[in-house]
Design a protein around this ligand. Structure first.
Ligand code: SAH
Ligand code: F3S
Length: 482
C-alpha cells in the first residue's frame, strides 16, 4: 500500500491508504460536526469497494462529494458557495459528477436537485450503503437521490477509511440520530431517531485502531450518554424489549468501561453529552479509569430557566449546577466545555445575564458559542418569533465570548507548575520545533520536540500559558507509552 494525500475542508493535507486496483478518483469535503467527518470515512470505505480512491486534487476527481451541515444558516451558505466554485470546473470536465451528502441533503431532498443544477447526487446520512447503486445511476446520466432515514443503520459493519488521520487520534461513532427535539435544532429532522451501535463492533473497531498504532479514540454521537444497546433498534422502543434484552442491555457507562478495559493504554474521549442524560454512573466510571480523560463537553445553551424550557432542554439551571457540582466532587480536576446560543427567541436582557452568571459559576475551560439561527421546520421556527434584533444577538454573543476567554485564561493558569500527561498529535502550527498535543482536560499543550515522537504519551511540566494553550517542557514518557 502506498500513501496518497487528501485534503479536508480545513485545508489540511491528509494521508490515507490507497488501493492500487481502484481506477476512479473521489474528492470528499466535510463540513460541520465530527460526526460528518466520521461519516465521510465510512463513505470513502464504501466507495473504495467499488473502484474509488480518494484524492486531494479537485481537478482530477471523477466524483466530488460535499458532506454538508444544516445546523445554522451560515453552514448552508458555505456549502452553496462552494458548489458555485465547482460550476466552472464542471464545464471543463463534463464527466465529473457532484454529490451532496449529509444534513443538507436530508433537509432539502429533491429541492436540492432543482435549486443547484450542478448537483447530480443527493444522499442522506442513513443511505450511504446505497452509494454504489446511486453512482451507477449517475454514471448512466440520471440524477440519483436517496434520503430515506433508517431505524437500524449504524454502519457498525463498515470499517472506515481514516481520512482525517494523524495516525494517533480517531473518531468512532456509537450512536446515530437524536430523540431530544431541542426546539432550535434541525438534527432530529436530518439524522432521524436515535439508535445505538452494537458494542462488540465498537470494541472490534477500537482493537483494530490500536493494532494500527492509534492512541486515542473519541466515541461520537449526538447524545452519547443516552447510548443503549439491547440487541438493535430504536432507543424509544426499549420499553418493548424482552426481559432478557433488558437484563443484558449495555448503557453508556458500561460501554465506556468495556472500551477502557479492552485497550488500557488507549485514551477514550466522548462527545457530546447532553446534561439530562449524563448519569452519576458515567461520572464514576470516568473516575475509575485512568485512560478516560477528565474532560466533559456539556452544552447548556442558556443559563435561564424560561429559555431552557422554550428550548425544550429537559433540565433546569439548578439541575445543571447540581450536575456540575457532582462532576467536580467526583473528578475535581475535570475540564468542562460548553455550547451556548445567544439571542434565542424571547431572550430578555435578564435571561442573557443569567447565562453570564451561570458561566461565572462554572468557569468553563472553553466553549463553542453561536448566535441563534432560525432553522426551517423546527418547532422554534414554527412557533416562536425570531425577535431578538441581529445587533443585540451579536452584542450578547460577544459578551459571552469575552467572558469565556477570561475564564479560559483562569483555567489555563490553573495548570501552571503541574506535570501532566500529554498525547503528542502533531507538530505545532506556530513552531516546527515544538510538538502539539492535549492533556487530560483536552487543553492544547505545546513543548519542545526533544527526543519524543508523534503518538508518545509524555509527562509535561507546564511553564506558561495563553488563554487557549499551555506551554511546557517534556520530562519523560508516561507509563502509557510502555
Ligand atoms: N448534540 C449535538 C449538538 C449538535 S448541534 C452534538 O453532538 O454536538 C451543536 C451546537 O450547535 C448545539 O449545541 C448548539 O449550541 C448549536 N446550535 C444548534 N442549533 C442551532 C441554531 N438553530 N442556532 C444556533 N446554534 C445552534
Ligand atoms: Fe440537537 Fe438537542 Fe439533539 S441540540 S442534536 S436536538 S440534543
Amino acid at each position: 500500500m502506498e500513501n496518497i494525500i487528501v485534503e479536508s475542508n480545513q485545508g489540511k493535507a491528509l494521508a490515507i491508504p490507497h488501493n492500487p486496483l481502484n481506477q476512479r478518483k473521489l474528492y470528499i469535503e466535510s463540513y460541520g460536526c465530527q460526526m460528518n467527518f466520521s461519516d465521510s470515512e465510512i463513505v470513502a470505505s464504501i466507495l473504495g469497494g467499488v473502484g474509488f480512491n480518494t484524492t486531494e486534487k479537485l481537478e482530477e476527481a471523477d466524483l466530488v462529494l460535499l458532506n454538508t451541515c444544516s445546523i445554522r444558516d451560515k453552514a448552508e451558505q458555505t456549502v452553496r458557495k462552494r458548489l458555485k466554485t465547482f460550476n466552472a470546473l464542471k464545464k471543463t470536465k463534463p464527466k465529473m459528477k457532484v454529490g451532496v451528502l449529509g444534513c443538507m441533503a436530508e433537509r432539502l431532498k429533491h429541492q436540492f436537485l432543482e435549486e443547484e443544477k450542478i448537483v447530480d447526487l443527493v444522499v442522506g446520512p442513513d443511505a450511504y450503503k446505497d452509494l454504489p447503486h446511486l453512482v451507477e445511476e449517475i454514471d448512466d446520466g440520471r440524477n440519483a437521490i436517496n434520503v430515506i432515514l433508517s431505524k437500524e443503520e449504524t454502519y457498525g459493519d463498515i470499517s472506515p477509511v481514516r481520512l482525517n488521520s494523524n495516525g494517533v487520534t480517531a473518531l468512532v461513532s456509537i450512536t446515530r440520530g437524536c430523540d431530544n427535539m431541542c426546539t432550535f435544532c434541525v438534527v432530529p429532522f436530518t439524522r432521524g431517531r436515535e439508535r445505538s451501535r452494537d458494542p462488540q463492533s465498537i470494541v472490534e473497531e477500537i482493537n483494530d485502531l490500536w493494532s494500527k498504532g492509534f492512541k486515542e479514540v473519541t466515541l461520537l454521537g449526538q447524545n452519547v450518554d443516552s447510548y443503549l444497546w439491547y440487541g438493535g433498534g430504536l432507543k424509544k422502543d426499549f420499553d418493548k424489549a424482552s426481559d432478557f434484552q433488558k437484563a443484558t442491555s449495555v448503557n453508556f457507562a458500561n460501554l465506556l468501561a468495556l472500551c477502557a478495559q479492552a485497550q488500557p493504554k488507549m485514551r477514550f474521549r466522548f462527545s457530546t453529552s447532553n446534561p439530562q442524560d449524563m448519569s452519576l454512573e458515567v461520572i464514576k466510571t470516568m473516575s475509575q479509569y485512568d485512560n478516560i480523560p477528565n474532560y466533559i463537553h456539556l452544552p447548556v445553551q442558556s443559563g435561564s430557566n424560561p429559555i431552557l424550557k422554550a428550548m425544550n432542554r429537559q433540565h433546569t439551571r439548578e439541575e445543571y449546577i447540581k450536575l456540575i457540582d457532582n462532576i467536580r466532587q467526583i473528578i475535581p480536576d475535570c475540564g468542562i466545555s460548553q455550547d451556548m446560543i445567544a439571542g434565542f427567541p424571547g431572550e430578555s436582557e435578564e435571561n442573557h445575564q443569567e447565562t453570564l452568571s451561570l458561566m461565572e459559576y462554572v468557569k468553563y475551560d472553553f466553549g463553542f458559542m453561536f448566535a441563534y439561527s432560525e432553522r426551517p421546520g423546527t418547532s422554534a421556527a414554527r412557533k416562536l418569533e425570531d425577535d431578538v434584533p441581529e445587533m443585540v444577538k451579536k452584542r450578547r454573543l460577544q459578551e459571552i465570548i469575552d467572558l469565556q476567554r477570561e475564564h479560559s485564561h483562569v483555567r489555563t493558569k490553573g495548570h501552571l507548575g503541574k506535570i501532566e500527561e500529554v498525547l503528542i498529535e502533531k507538530t505545532s502550527k506556530r513552531n516546527v520545533n515544538e510538538w502539539s498535543g492535549r492533556n487530560s482536560q483536552n487543553t492544547v499543550v505545546v513543548f519542545p520536540k526533544a527526543n519524543f515522537k508523534v503518538g508518545d504519551f509524555v509527562m509535561v511540566e507546564i511553564l506558561d500559558c495563553t488563554s487557549a494553550t499551555l506551554i511546557g517542557r517534556g520530562l519523560k514518557l508516561s507509563e502509557k507509552s510502555f
